[in-house]
Design a protein around this ligand. Structure first.
Ligand code: GRF
Length: 188
């Protein structure tokens, strides 16, 4: 079994899809949900699926061991980011190099970087008047939204789009692709 930890601190719709996708899977198991917000929706999703959760603190994450010990104790093989905003510290990158994956709600390298999350991304896309946006699934390295691209999917930006309508279209794309791309990556 390959054991995944999902790092998520928001609503957790992607996390929910991933958890459902790998329920009773032959080779991949969502073993842990890691979160930095005690009230995040993703924690109830994890609880409903009887998945272990780990609530993390900023100081230990960024300046301590990055929770490497806790992850190793749980035999975690892969880290999947799904709405996790803190920068991944070097300690974690060193131990999980090539095994940390993120999803970004735009076509990187455009519209990424620090502060580019949620509707800020979609507002920037609309302001740039581009006619296409999409999703990028990529490896995580020491810079925000920077590691090698694994997969991209595109969707149109419509003339009457708002950040919210574009966000909905992008979320649909994320839900369609993220679990499958993770599966292909881990099981290849
Ligand atoms: C997604 O749009 C993802 O691209 C970004 O964070 C969002 C998480 O959404 N990294 P949800 O909590 O999975 O609904």
């Amino acid at each position: 079994m390959k054991r995944i930890a999902i790092f998520a601190s928001g609503t957790g719709t992607n996390a929910a899809r991933i958890i459902e996708h790998f329920t009773d899977h032959s080779t991949v198991q969502v073993a842990l949900v890691v979160c930095n917000k005690p009230k995040a929706g993703v924690l109830s999703i994890a609880a409903a699926h009887h998945i272990d959760t780990l609530l993390i603190e900023r100081e230990q994450f960024l300046n301590g061991d990055g929770y490497v010990t806790a992850l190793r104790q749980r035999n975690i093989d892969w880290i999947i980011l799904a709405g996790f905003l803190w920068k991944i510290p070097d300690s974690l990158l060193r131990h999980y190099k090539g095994h940390i994956v993120n999803i970004h709600p735009a076509l990187l390298p455009d519209f990424g970087g620090k502060g580019m999350y949620g509707n800020y991304v979609h507002e920037a896309v609309l302001a740039a008047k581009v006619n296409e946006s999409g999703i990028t699934i990529h490896y995580v390295d020491e810079e925000y939204d920077h590691g090698a691209t694994i997969f991209q999917a595109r969707c149109p930006v419509l003339a009457n789009d708002t950040a919210n309508t574009l966000a909905t279209r992008i979320h649909t794309l994320e839900h369609q692709h993220y679990s499958r791309v993770i599966e292909e990556l881990i099981c290849r």
